[in-house]
Design a protein around this ligand. Structure first.
Ligand code: NAP
Length: 235
């Protein structure tokens, strides 16, 4: 099933970027090296099973903390079929990549303005970038269609990535269209900046991990904050 996921990094005090849209604090954090996938005929794959005394004990496996990192970017992006981002994030990506668009996936950029196109876009190839404005429900329906078109017939369905910023993720949550938040929490506080998710929501923690300096966490979006729902329902 296609999920709509807000996947991002944040400071410990809940900022995506500093007040000047700098991500220097993020880009200097150490991350784990990506581990090569073990192949079925890789002798090391067999050894790791043999060396693991819990490998044949289902109870021990249940009790053992998951070593899979819910924030693993390579695994996440491999399951993504469409992206959406706000104009500040789009402009940051262009600045950071010297004007070159790094994604090869259908992307919706939310803006009320005319924005520059990437230097690698041509008259024949818009690199899958569409500019949109207004309510997110219509954009979401188009994204789902694109993600489904990108899915194998027998696969579970590709996900939709809400890249950010926080208010845009909030618009999806308010519309009841955000399924999950996956965040990598950096050991940094900024005191001010672009907020992670400026809404009142309940979330359920469903997985945690660690990658280098980051705590990674995956949450299911439950909905509006319980206290707000109760106040709205009170006679
Ligand atoms: N830490 C991370 O992993 C991470 C992830 C994502 C982003 N970031 C950074 O965090 C910052 C986020 O910036 P931000 O908070 O300003 O958010 P943003 O979502 O990137 O940009 C907000 C802008 O998008 C446009 N917009 C949003 N919703 C719209 C809608 N429904 N219709 C039309 N336009 C809409 C508006 O601009 P206009 O109409 O004026 O164009 C709005 O001011 C950026 O610096 C970005 O690089 C960091």
């Amino acid at each position: 099933m296609t999920r709509t996921v807000y996947y991002t990094a944040t400071t410990l005090d809940g900022y995506l970027a500093d007040p000047d849209d700098s991500l220097d604090w993020l880009l200097r954090q150490p991350q784990d090296e990506a581990e090569p996938q073990a192949q079925p005929d890789d002798p090391q794959a067999d050894n790791s099973q043999a060396d693991n005394p819990q490998a044949d004990d289902p109870q021990a496996q249940d009790a053992a903390p998951s070593r899979k990192d819910p924030g693993d970017y390579e695994e996440f992006i491999a399951g993504v079929g469409a992206l959406v981002m706000g104009s500040t994030t789009y402009e940051w990506v262009l600045r950071h990549e010297s004007g070159i668009w790094p994604y090869r996936l259908p992307t919706w950029v939310m803006t009320h303005r005319e924005l520059p196109r990437p230097v690698n876009a041509t008259a024949d190839d818009d690199l899958g970038i569409r500019f949109a404005q207004g309510g997110v429900a219509e954009v979401h329906a188009e994204m789902l269609a694109a993600a489904e078109a990108d899915s194998d017939a027998d696969a579970e369905g590709k996900d939709v990535w809400v890249v950010g910023g926080g208010d845009l993720a909030g618009q999806f949550a308010e519309a009841g269209l955000l399924d999950e938040v996956i965040t990598s929490i950096a050991p940094v506080t900024l005191g001010a900046g672009r907020p992670l998710l400026p809404r009142r929501l309940d979330l359920e923690l469903i997985d945690t991990g660690r990658n280098g300096a980051f705590i990674t966490a995956r949450f299911r979006v439950v909905g509006r904050l319980l206290e707000d729902r109760e106040a709205a329902d009170a006679p």
